[in-house]
Structure formats: C-alpha cells, structure tokens
Write a protein that binds this ligand. Structure first.
Ligand code: PEP
Ligand code: MN
Length: 359
C-alpha cells in the first residue's frame, strides 16, 4: 500500500502518518520527491524475518489512513515487489560508492553520469591485477572488478584465490584509488568480503540464494545483484526485495544476459530489461556485456547499446592477455579494445544527454 501525501504537506502530517502506521504494526518507508511525497507501507517484520502482511493491507486501515490530515490518496500496490517498485519510491535511487580516484571522492550510480567498472573476470596474480587496473584506470574506469570467490559451472574450473585475491584487490585500490567490486558467494563469507569490497556482487547463480540475500541485506554495503540466468524481471526484483527488506537500500541491478535457445552467444543480452527496470523500479541498473555475450568481439557493441538504452553503468571484463586467462578469456577485452571503447561510450552518453564519470 502507498500513502500519497498532498503537495507541500507539513512534516507534522508526515510524522502523524508514520506514527499511525507504527501503532498499527506497519512500517512506513518515506520517499520525498520534488513533486510529491509518498509513504510505502509494509507489514511489520515478524520474529523469523517474515512480514506479517506481505504488503497486503487491511481495508479498514487503508480507509482510516485516507482520513488523516494531508493524505491525498491511498493506493494498493498489486505488484509482489514493493520496496523495489517505482510506485513505492518514485525518485531514482542513487548508490554512492567511495572512490578516491575521482575528484569528489565518491561515484554515484543511478545519477546522470554513467559509471564504468572494469577489470579481470578473476584475480589471478598481483601482476595480472595491477597491470589490468592500471590500464583500465588510465582510460577512465573508476571501479575495479575482479572475482576472488568464483562460482564455476564445472567443479574443475578455477574457483578463485579466495582471501588472497581480496588482499590483492585492496592493494590495487590503494595503488589506483579505484573502488572495488567483487563477488560474495556464501552468507558466512559476507563479513570478510565486506572488509575489502566497496560493492558486493551477487552472481547470477546466487540470485535466488535467499540466505545470502538476507545476509547482504543486513549490511550497509552497496550490493550489485545480477539477474539470474533464467529469472524473469519480476523474480529479479523480488530478489532485490529480499535485500531491501532487510534494511539495505543500496541495491544496483545488473543485466548479464539470460538463457534462450540461441547458441551463437553465451547468453542473450536482454537490453529491453534496462528500460523495463527504469519504468517499474527506482533502482539503478547496469549491464554486463561480457557474461552477456561470451565473445570479446561483441562486447563493445553491447556496451554501447546498453548505454543507449539507459544503463547507469557497465561491468566489463578486461585482461592484459586474454588468451592466457584462467577464466572467461574469450569474453575479456584486451586493454587496447577497452581503450577504443571508452571514447565511443563517451559519444553515446553525450548523445543521450549523459556523461561518463572518469575523474
Ligand atoms: C562474473 O562477473 O565473472 C560472473 C561470474 O558473473 P555471472 O554471475 O553473471 O555469471
Ligand atoms: Mn566472468
């Protein structure tokens, strides 16, 4: 349920609605836009973390709310996701990432500028990571990606360097001032990964790992939630809802391609998911054309298409020597290709009235 307040309503009126909700065992989520103030209403959290009413509402309470001062309208939200919906929260969410290499010291994902995150699929060695970080930073990437805990479809694939890899990422951050994004795979690793990462990446294979979603939801770290490879947009937003409903509002969505009957690409990039998300949700959305295509020759085109479609950022795999990569070499750009891509991204951004954050 959403309570829409009248324009220019007083703080007291808002406070009055909030305490009314609290007294009735409901939680109010305030969203103050330039044009209107709305209060999203959810059931209270029960002992096991469940909601007593899943956003559903007692009609008597809805009616009483409509009678409170300055309440313009009460709307029942029919969508199963609430906190992630644009109705609940009309204003775009902007996720701030502390990033020393930019002049403001912070990068804003979901704001007007597009953010480029780049780096190797997987941290393999100090030399590989530092070389890549230096190369991508030089071209304007502000966030460094690199997996230390790698989900692998085959148990025989490289599964990452673990905490050693996280230490190398921290070293790269110190050296280049880039923020770090890295994947966390299990609830028990969340606290440790939080010590090193600026953004926690939830991989496609874990989009519906609800214990993991709960755990990252209990932190204050920005969370990049990849779309499950066979997930509908609604299921993806419900996964985001898990994180949000634990109290962590810093969620960034990432389209990384879905499984279809097509075999010429590793996955099928669902570019249309980008404007769909923009319409139904307030959360920022970025795109990962590396997992999305599986082929480095397709990554630039899909990066440009993603920005043209409204993506707030990109997650791009770059390797100094892709043929030697321990993972995802075929879809990793060479530093040379990345260098050619950046000015093209700048041009597309300019064409749609945006810029790229580079410094
Ligand atoms: C990755 O970013 O390297 C990765 C494993 O991504 P995904 O979870 O989308 O497959
Ligand atoms: Mn990868």
């Amino acid at each position: 349920m959403i309570v829409v307040m009248q324009q220019h309503c007083s703080d007291e009126a808002i406070e009055h609605v909030m305490s009314y909700l609290k007294n009735h065992g409901l939680s109010g989520h305030l969203s103050q836009g330039v044009e209107r103030t709305v209060i999203g209403v959810l059931g209270a959290v029960g002992p096991s973390g469940t909601r007593t009413t899943a956003g559903g509402i007692n009609p008597i309470i809805a009616e009483s709310l409509e009678g409170l001062p300055c309440v313009e309208q009460v709307i029942i939200v029919s969508k199963p996701y609430k906190l992630a919906s644009r109705e609940f929260h009309p204003v775009n969410t902007i996720v701030e990432i502390p990033t020393p290499c930019v002049s403001e010291g912070v990068v804003r994902i979901g704001d007007s500028a597009v953010v480029v995150m780049a780096g190797p699929c997987t941290v393999e060695s100090e030399k590989q990571l530092m070389t890549t970080a230096e190369a991508v930073r030089k071209e304007g990437a502000v966030i460094l990606r690199g997996g230390a805990f790698k989900p692998s479809t085959s148990p025989y694939g490289f599964r990452g360097m673990g905490e050693e890899g996280l230490k190398l990422l921290a070293k790269a951050r110190d050296a280049f001032g880039m923020a770090i994004i890295t994947e966390v795979m299990t609830p028990t690793d969340v606290a440790m990964v939080c010590e090193y990462a600026d953004i926690l990446q939830i991989g496609t294979r874990n989009m519906q790992n609800y214990m993991l979603l709960d755990e990252v939801g209990r932190t204050e770290k920005p969370v990049l939630l990849k779309r499950g490879m066979a997930a509908t947009i609604e299921e993806w937003l419900l996964a985001a809802e898990y994180v949000l409903s634990q109290g962590n509002p810093h969620v960034i969505l990432c389209e990384r391609g879905i499984r279809t009957f097509e075999k010429m690409t590793r996955n099928t990039m669902d570019i249309s998911a980008i404007p769909v998300i923009k319409r139904v949700s307030h959360l920022p959305i970025i795109s990962d054309p590396s997992q999305g295509t599986g082929h480095r020759d397709l990554v630039s085109a899909m990066s440009l298409a993603s920005v043209a479609a409204g993506a707030d950022g990109l997650l791009i795999e770059v390797h100094p020597n892709p043929d030697e990569a321990l993972k995802d070499g075929a879809q990793s750009l060479t530093p040379e290709q990345f260098k050619r891509l950046m000015p093209q991204l700048q041009s597309v951004s300019t064409a749609i009235g945006r810029t790229i954050v580079t410094e």
